[in-house]
Every structure is written in structure tokens, then in C-alpha cells.
Design a protein around this ligand. Structure first.
Ligand SMILES: Cc1cc2nc3c(=O)[nH]c(=O)nc-3n(C[C@H](O)[C@H](O)[C@H](O)COP(=O)(O)OP(=O)(O)OC[C@H]3O[C@@H](n4cnc5c(N)ncnc54)[C@H](O)[C@@H]3O)c2cc1C
Length: 427
């Protein structure tokens, strides 16, 4: 049935919240001296907080298998919420289990650092939150003139120092150190995450493969098209609707990988076409990158095509707004046999991109497109819904307000949430 994606998300939450901490809690409680029985809960909070923090760091390494399962935007939401819950538990741990000396010092420094960074990250690094809370979005937009995204990424990395302090804190406690079963788990998990993190940051291929920028042109005001040639044996597994991370380490300020969706459906030629709106330093800096430059590419990421494949979709309703149309164009190109209706909207005065492609696809007997400046009325979209919804899927791409509006309208009209997929351009 059609429950695959939502089911996977539910399982991911369940595993992260309950299953991962279980072996740690079990081994810890088995080795806890009776003397400390009254503080058991407070200790347990600390154990769970550490496990969640490790998992949040692991998600931060963007594991491809997690992306293909639930998508990175959802994974980053889990990363953010788990980290916040971990800090809450760390607070209860701190309050319920007083300590002294170095144990207290490392614990307190770690907690204060986590707390400060969490408050910072809630504004600058939590797109899943700021896109939902207007006043946080407004604060972020004002302050981002000083605290650029790249600076925020570095500040966010101080969480690693805080986690290291907790790592030391645990080893300073005699009766925990003597609990061999727990310590084996503790070292194994910490080491696994440390290696994953170091691999992600330091290994030659961690940020991706060296590819070549073969074309870089403005295709509409403030929108550039980049065409990238992947190396012959890149080993990339790209699907329609995917996104890749790109960076130009040899250019100042362009070394941090940024995500962009594919315009084209990947074929065997290794050519990737991206359409990028100039929103900030990196995206505006692209105009100064000459062709034939080396570009580091990592991918593919994304779940659009997996959702289509897993559920043998026969009818697609696609609603795209502004630059959010990009991955949906790739989906349309790569799925010619699926009956598709496209509703493509742009704000007044801004251009439609790749209109020629859309005109071409209209020659297909099973493709219809409606392009409009300004919003579509609810009835216009609702009238397009098929009667038989058994192999039907709605794909949304665009600003958060648009995604949420159509999700609400369509769910109200009786479309099951599992038949609507919206991938945000922020996390
Ligand atoms: C899955 C996905 C697919 C995307 N596809 C496209 C696309 O096809 N075309 C397009 O124009 N834009 C796309 N974006 C948005 C694009 O990644 C951001 O606009 C770009 O990274 C902004 O960087 P900047 O330095 O120019 O702007 P900044 O001013 O630094 O950032 C603007 C906002 O973009 C976000 N952002 C910045 N850097 C990153 C980063 N390294 N990783 C994640 N988010 C970041 C932050 O929320 C930030 O507040 C996509 C985003 C995601 C998450």
C-alpha cells in the first residue's frame, strides 16, 4: 500500500527515541551501585541525552542511506528536535545528580555550551523551524547580514566540543568507568560517530567528487543555470528529482557545500543541470565562477523518485512555485509514462523558467500544464483531482507557505497525507 514513506518516518522517530538508547540504559542500570539508586532517573536522563546527541551528530554527516530512507530535510528535523530534547534531559540530569570537581566542571561547561548553541541554532540553523515561525524567520533574516550561513555552520560545530566534554565527563565517574558492558557500548558508539564525522569532514572524497563546470549562464533575472560534467566513473546514483551538494573550494567563500536540485532527469552522459536563484553569498557568488572550473559534487540525495517507484504511481499532480519547480521538472522529464498535470505558479513580474521544456512535454498525450502568475485558486486544483486515487500522488515544490497551503487544502479535500509529498528547500 501507499504508506511506505510515512511509515519509514514513523520508524525513524521510534528507533531514534526509544530503540537506540535501550542497550545503553540496560547496561547502565545493570552496573549501577545500589548506593545511587535514588538518582537512577537523573543518571538515565544523562545517558539518553548522550545517545541522542551522538545520533544527532551522525545525522549531521548526511548519511546517504538515511537520506534515501526519509530524506535529509526530515532527517535534519529529527536532528534538531532530538538535540533540543537531549538538552532538556541534560538539564534534568544536572539538577538531579549533583557532582563536584572536574566531573561538575566538564558537565556544566558542556551543558552551557549546548544551551547557548541551541539558542543560536534555533534561529540560524533550523530552517524546519524558522520556516514555520514568522518572528524567528524575521530575526534570522535581519541578523543573517552579520551572521552569514557559513559562520553559523562553524559556530554550530562547537557542539562537537560540548560532546567531547561529555565524553570526558562520563569517564571521570568511577562507578561508570567500572561498568564494562556500558563502557564498551559507550566507546563503540562514540568511536563510530567520531569516525563518521572525521570521514565526512576530512577524507578526500567526503565532500564529493571532482567534476567540471561546463556552462554557467543567467537564464532569467537572478537565476543561473549551471551545467556540470561528472567524471566518467563517478559512481553517482542519481534519480529524477534528486539534489546534489556543490562547492568550489578554490574560490574564497564558495567552499561550503550547498544543496541544489537537478533540472534534468539524469541519463548516462553524466551531465547535471542546475537552476539556481541568487539568494545569498554563495548563490550570488556563482556569477564569478568561470566555466571549465573544477566543482566538487556530492549526491544524489532526495526521495521524490523513490516515493513514486515504491508506490507504482500512475497519476501525478504537481504543484510548483518559483524556484521550487526545479526538482519537479526533473521528475516530469524522467517519468514520461505517468499521467501528469502540472500547475506552475510564479509571483507577479518574475519569469517562468524552462517554458520550452514544458511546451515540448505538452505534446505528450498524458501531460497537461497550467502556468500562471500569482496563486491558483483552490477550486482550480481541486477540479483536477482524479476520481480514482489508488495510484495517485501529489508532489509539491516551492516556498514553505505554498507547500503548507496546498497540503492543508488537499487533505481537507480528502487526499490522504501519505499521498502528498512536499520537499522544502530548507532544513
Ligand atoms: C533539498 C534542497 C534543494 C534545493 N534546491 C535548490 C535549487 O534547485 N535551486 C535553488 O536556487 N535553491 C535550491 N535550494 C536552496 C539553496 O540551497 C539555498 O538557497 C542556498 O544554499 C543559499 O545559500 P547562499 O549562501 O546563497 O545564501 P545564504 O544567505 O547563506 O542562505 C540563505 C538560506 O539558505 C539556507 N542555506 C544556506 N546555506 C545552506 C547550506 N549549505 N545547506 C542548506 N541550506 C543552506 C539557509 O536557510 C539560509 O538561511 C535547495 C535547498 C535544499 C535544502
Amino acid at each position: 500500500m501507499f504508506s511506505g514513506y510515512k511509515y519509514k518516518i514513523g520508524m525513524a522517530w521510534l528507533i531514534a527515541i526509544f530503540v537506540l538508547p535501550l542497550p545503553f540504559l540496560y547496561t547502565f542500570s545493570q552496573g549501577l551501585p545500589a548506593l545511587y539508586a535514588s538518582q537512577t532517573s537523573a543518571f538515565m536522563y544523562g545517558v539518553v541525552a548522550y545517545v541522542w546527541m551522538l545520533f544527532a551528530i551522525y545525522i549531521g554527516t548526511k548519511p546517504k542511506w538515511i537520506d534515501r530512507l526519509i530524506g535529509l530535510p526530515m532527517a535534519y528535523m529529527i536532528h534538531g528536535i532530538l538535540s533540543l530534547l537531549a538538552i532538556l534531559l541534560a538539564f534534568f540530569h544536572k539538577e538531579g545528580s549533583p557532582s563536584s570537581g572536574l566531573i561538575q566542571l566538564t558537565g556544566d561547561y558542556a551543558f552551557n555550551l549546548f544551551l547557548g548553541l541551541a539558542l543560536y541554532s534555533l534561529i540560524f540553523m533550523a530552517g524546519w523551524l524558522t520556516s514555520r515561525v514568522r518572528f524567528l524567520e524575521a530575526i534570522k533574516q535581519t541578523l543573517e547580514k552579520i551572521f552569514k550561513h557559513e559562520l553559523s555552520v562553524w559556530i554550530h560545530r562547537l557542539n562537537i566540543i560540548a560532546t567531547l566534554l561529555v565524553f570526558i565527563h562520563v569517564q571521570l565517574i568511577d562507578y561508570v568507568r567500572e561498568n564494562i558492558a556500558f563502557m564498551i557500548l559507550f566507546y563503540a558508539a562514540s568511536l563510530f560517530v567520531a569516525i563518521s564525522y572525521a570521514w565526512n569532514k576530512l577524507s578526500d572524497n567526503a565532500q564529493g567528487s571532482q567534476a567540471q563546470l561546463v556552462s554557467n549562464q543567467e537564464i532569467a533575472p537572478n537565476i543561473r543555470e549551471l551545467v556540470i560534467q561528472l567524471p566518467r566513473k563517478s559512481g553517482f546514483k542519481l534519480k529524477p528529482g534528486d539534489y546534489v551538494f556543490i562547492s568550489f573550494p578554490q574560490f574564497q567563500g564558495m567552499g561550503e557545500p550547498h544543496p541544489f536540485s537537478l533540472v534534468n532527469a539524469p541519463s548516462g552522459d553524466g551531465l547535471l543541470k542546475l537552476a539556481i536563484r541568487g539568494d545569498g553569498d554563495f548563490t550570488r557568488g556563482l556569477k564569478d565562477i568561470p566555466t571549465k572550473t573544477e566543482v566538487v559534487v556530492d549526491g544524489g540525495f532526495g526521495v521524490y523518485q523513490s516515493i513514486i517507484d515504491d508506490n507504482q504511481v500512475k497519476q501525478l499532480l504537481i504543484i510548483g512555485g518559483g524556484i521550487g519547480i526545479v526538482p519537479l521538472l526533473s521528475i516530469i522529464e524522467g517519468n514520461p509514462s505517468i499521467d501528469t498535470q502540472l500547475f506552475y505558479t510564479v509571483t507577479k513580474g518574475t519569469p517562468f523558467i524552462y517554458r520550452d521544456n514544458i511546451t515540448d512535454w505538452q505534446k505528450r498525450p498524458n501531460f497537461q500544464a497550467f502556468c500562471q502568475e500569482g496563486r491558483f485558486k483552490d477550486e482550480e486544483i481541486l477540479e483536477a483531482l482524479p476520481k480514482d486515487l489508488s495510484q495517485f500522488l501529489v508532489l509539491l515544490g516551492g516556498p514553505a507557505s505554498m507547500g503548507r497551503h496546498w497540503t492543508k487544502v488537499l487533505e481537507k479535500a480528502g487526499i490522504a497525507p501519505s499521498r502528498i509529498y512536499y520537499e522544502e528547500f530548507s532544513w
